[in-house]
Design a protein. Structure first.
Length: 209
């Protein structure tokens, strides 16, 4: 197995990573605020981003490649331990180079942002969901709240905010996952579901279009 290696990143600690759905790119968040996009098909570094994190002392808690559109624009979200969430668009030029632009989604609302979960569209007919299949529903989990956002609208549109239940410990981090299933009121077809576990609380909710 050939490793992804670059002399400039030698001995830098990786804190989180994600692979694009098509397997072409790998995104890595390094200690000290360094974000690197790798071309996993060519085993080489595609782009180094030093201006996404708030400061060089800001560490990434989670990074995610959301989608790649028809114009080859790679849409990325990052979560920093300070609670900052950023949306990054990486564009590949005709000559093969890459450039990027970053915007903040949350600066202070989230405390200790640590998790990112995305509802991935299913190609099964029983999981058909027109809204979710086109909107890239994404959940950001922090110690104070979960924010659910429609990422394919511009600007990204908040759908729902879940505040930390009073019974949960203050520093606890929610675990979030998406899927499809039946609900008590809908037994004929599956609906998009989001489940989260927060300290001692486990909750399942469905997305009603």
């Amino acid at each position: 197995m050939k490793p992804l290696f670059d002399d400039t990143l030698f001995q830098k600690k990786v804190l989180c990573l994600d692979i694009s759905e098509d397997g072409h790119y790998l995104l890595a968040g390094y200690k000290n605020g360094l974000l690197v996009l790798w071309d996993s098909a060519k085993f080489r570094k595609a782009l180094t981003m030093t201006d996404v994190a708030k400061t060089a002392a800001s560490d990434f808690a989670a990074v995610k490649i959301l989608f790649i559109n028809d114009d080859k624009v790679i849409t990325i979200v990052t979560a920093e331990e300070c609670g900052r969430i950023r949306l990054v668009h990486v564009t590949k030029s005709f000559m093969g180079g890459f450039s990027h632009k970053a915007n903040s989604l949350y600066e202070t609302d989230l405390v200790g942002a640590a998790t990112i979960s995305v509802l991935v569209p299913s190609n099964l007919p029983c999981h058909y969901s027109p809204f979710c299949d086109t909107s890239c529903v994404t959940a950001f989990g922090a110690t104070n709240q979960i924010s659910i956002v429609e990422m394919k609208s511009w600007p990204p549109r908040p759908i729902k905010t879940i505040v930390r239940p009073a019974v949960c410990k203050e520093k606890s981090v929610p675990l979030i996952t998406f899927g499809y299933g039946l609900t008590p009121c809908e037994r004929e077809r599956t609906l998009p579901l989001m489940a989260y576990a927060w300290d001692k609380v486990v909750q399942i909710m469905f997305i009603n279009e």
